[in-house]
Design a protein around this ligand. Sequence first.
Ligand SMILES: C[S@@+](CC[C@H](N)C(=O)[O-])C[C@H]1O[C@@H](n2cnc3c(N)ncnc32)[C@H](O)[C@@H]1O
Length: 232
Amino acid sequence: MRMNWNDITIKSFVDASEYTGFHKELAQYIMPYIKSSGSFCDIGCGLGLIDIYLSKDLEDITCVDINKNAISYLEKSIYDNNIENIKCMVKDYKEIDTKFHTILISFFSYEDLEYFSKRCDRLIAIVNDRSTSHIPISIKVMKEINQHSSKKLKNLLDENKINYKYMPLSMEFGQTFINEEEMVKYAKSYDNGQEYDAIYNHIVKNVVKGDNVSYYLPYKKNISIFVIDFNK
Ligand SMILES: C[S@@+](CC[C@H](N)C(=O)[O-])C[C@H]1O[C@@H](n2cnc3c(N)ncnc32)[C@H](O)[C@@H]1O
């Protein structure tokens, strides 16, 4: 599951996260399930937005992502916030050969459960649930998103008799825009060749005035947080 991280996608993702508090809230939900002194790794960490919040309460965090633009952004956030307990790696997760107490995978493929069971005692998986989208994206992309749905993960865990608990949540994660130029750039960043008009028109039709921001495209994201214990 690759994400195209560039200046535009990074800015819009960070703006949405700051405006809605999405990643801050996620950090609060998962913190009780992470041992403060145990080793912790976020695989497919992206911009590390959850990790910046977790770093206040954890001794040591390892962040791994295959995308160097995402890790460069995270390294800058770490520097700007004077954080000393996050270590970053540009890496394919399959190259990790250490074991951690807890691994977090947030909107990341969980298919390789056997791999994760060898790399940690506890896996926290944040996954899409009953997925809809905030913009009219193609059926192909929607299928990719739903490939990693909570229903599929539940079945996989049940089939393999693995112990888990899960929390279904509905959280606001809409998109802010300063002006129409940003809407155009945003629509283009999601366009796979034929969808630009549909995405742009959808944004223009559905944006509302936000708090301290010109435009806000509201969206409730349905997710589930799974806490999976391999050794229970
Ligand atoms: C949908 S994003 C999720 C980012 C972040 N976890 C979040 O919740 O905001 C998936 C991330 O996985 C990364 N990724 C994809 N394949 C990977 C791999 N084989 N190893 C490490 N990271 C990978 C992508 O670069 C992207 O940043």
